[in-house]
Design a protein around this ligand. Structure first.
Ligand code: SF4
Ligand code: SF4
Length: 457
């Protein structure tokens, strides 16, 4: 088992600190409690986001879930619209729009998403750390207990904490699952025996274990080591981005409160002990900083006690920390905004033109044409996909050829059908192009499919 290295309350000898020691070992971070305006704001945002995430698969629009990605049936319900696997290309435009919106947000406000809205932060700081604090007490007690011998009380607290962690992971896993499996099914599976639905049980158990392992043990390492967005910070943030930083000009030379000639920093180390990634913000902007604002609240609390102005650690740009003036509008912002806007416009146009069914014409196997009674006959297979969860009726009509097919086709909800379409023209007719009009009745939504007739040379 990995040996935990406890972060001391006093500053360590190394000038740089983080949750990974210089030899690559994990330093287990014991985060201290913090109070303050950003802490309160984050609590409200976390509560709202958790409520929204729980509500998304529960709420219905027009009888359909607000968000449901039913991968098994290849049906995707998003804000009242239904999509299927053939609409997967739409995801490209949506991801482009969201990706550049995130790049724009990061260039403007740094890691505000990480600190306030990332599910990893929301559940870790909003659910699991409060459980830990409730069961095991504040940082110093937790550290002392972990370093001390195993006692009955220590075992009881550890078991209680991990049971609660596991229960929280189990609930979150089922919230995640309800985005992929319709809610009545999810609830029935929870109530039923695992053997009745082994696949779903395996998924729920795996997600629960991964979440439990993540929130109980791996924690900030997701942000520091795994998350690709975290790694992108180095290129998305520049000197004019709003970041959380330490005002070195005002704070240095740091020293104890009694020291003469010191700067505003009293070297109390509070900003370090509250940091969930175990870094010292006074060492400058670091990739490990997830923008959680805990060090701002911690330092403001100290400044209030010393009756000094707040903001020794604050939101500001690196340029402003160096004494310059922050430039808000920069070329990279225009580039991200334009690219994001293009993605959003294309996604909007494509989604607004998205139809509730698909119609594709394929040449039927066998002879490409038959000549009979002075007419050339071709056979096609019409593949109709009904993306709606209601039975649909389609009317077929042809332009440029005579159609010999049942003009009405019914397709079951969320199903598809293949119908043979036979068309013919007089042998002397020269044009080979023809069109099949597929009209949904009674709504009137229609698609026109172009095709070519094969005829003798
Ligand atoms: S340096 Fe400050 S804002 Fe960054 S992760 Fe640590 S406590 Fe949060
Ligand atoms: S909390 Fe403020 S005063 Fe205390 S060490 Fe950090 S920067 Fe200095």
């Amino acid at each position: 088992m990995e040996k935990r290295v406890h972060l001391p309350v006093a500053p360590p000898d190394e000038s740089r600190r983080s949750s990974i020691a210089s030899d690559g070992r994990r330093r287990f971070v014991y985060t201290a409690d913090v109070k303050g305006r950003f802490h309160r704001l984050r609590r409200v945002v976390f509560a709202l986001l958790i409520a929204i995430w729980i509500a998304l698969p529960l709420v219905k629009i027009g009888g359909r879930p607000l968000v449901l990605l039913d991968i098994e049936r290849r049906q995707f319900f998003l804000f009242g619209a239904t999509f299927n696997a053939q609409d997967a290309y739409l995801a490209f435009f949506l991801v482009t729009a969201v990706g550049f919106a995130l790049a724009l947000t990061t260039s403007l406000w740094g890691r505000v998403f990480c600190g306030f809205a990332c599910p990893q932060t929301v559940f870790l700081d909003g659910v699991f750390r409060p459980i830990e604090r409730l069961v095991e007490g504040p940082r110093e007690k937790r550290m002392r207990r972990d370093q001390g011998p195993w006692t009955g009380e220590k075992v009881a607290r550890k078991v209680t904490k991990h049971v609660l962690y596991f229960f929280a992971a189990f609930v979150i896993a089922h919230i995640v699952l309800s985005f992929f499996v319709p809610l009545p099914q999810t609830l029935a599976m929870i109530a039923g025996k695992p053997g009745d639905h082994p696949e779903a049980f395996a998924w729920a158990a795996s997600i629960t274990l991964v979440l439990y392992g993540n929130f109980a043990w791996f924690r900030e390492q997701v942000c520091v080591v795994v998350c690709p967005y975290g790694r992108l910070q180095a290129v998305l943030v520049d000197k004019d981005s709003l970041v959380i930083g330490y005002d070195e000009k005002r704070g240095e030379p740091r020293g104890k409160a009694k020291d003469a000639g010191r700067g505003a920093c009293v070297d109390c180390n509070r900003c370090v002990t509250v940091c969930p990634t175990g870094i010292d913000i006074r060492n400058g902007l670091q990739l490990d900083c997830i923008g959680c604002t805990a060090c701002i609240d911690a330092c403001d609390e100290i400044m209030d006690k010393l009756e000094q102005p707040r903001g020794l650690i604050r939101y500001d740009s690196m340029r402003a920390f160096e004494g310059g003036a922050r430039k808000i509008l920069r070329p990279r912002l225009y580039v991200y905004a334009v690219l994001g806007l293009i993605g959003a416009i294309v996604a909007t146009v494509v989604i607004s033109r998205h139809t509730s069914f698909e119609a594709n014409l394929l040449r039927a196997p066998g002879a490409p044409f038959v000549v009979e009674d002075g007419r050339v006959r071709n056979s096609f297979t019409l593949h109709l996909v009904n993306k709606e969860d209601e039975r649909a009726t389609f009317e077929l009509s042809a332009e440029g050829v005579d159609l010999a097919a049942n003009p009405r086709v019914e397709v079951a909800p969320l199903d598809d059908a293949r119908v043979t379409v036979v068309v013919s023209t007089p042998i002397e007719q020269k044009s080979s192009r023809w069109k099949l009009r597929v009209k949904k009745v009674p709504e009137g939504e229609e698609k026109i499919v172009d095709a070519t007739l094969v005829r003798p040379k």
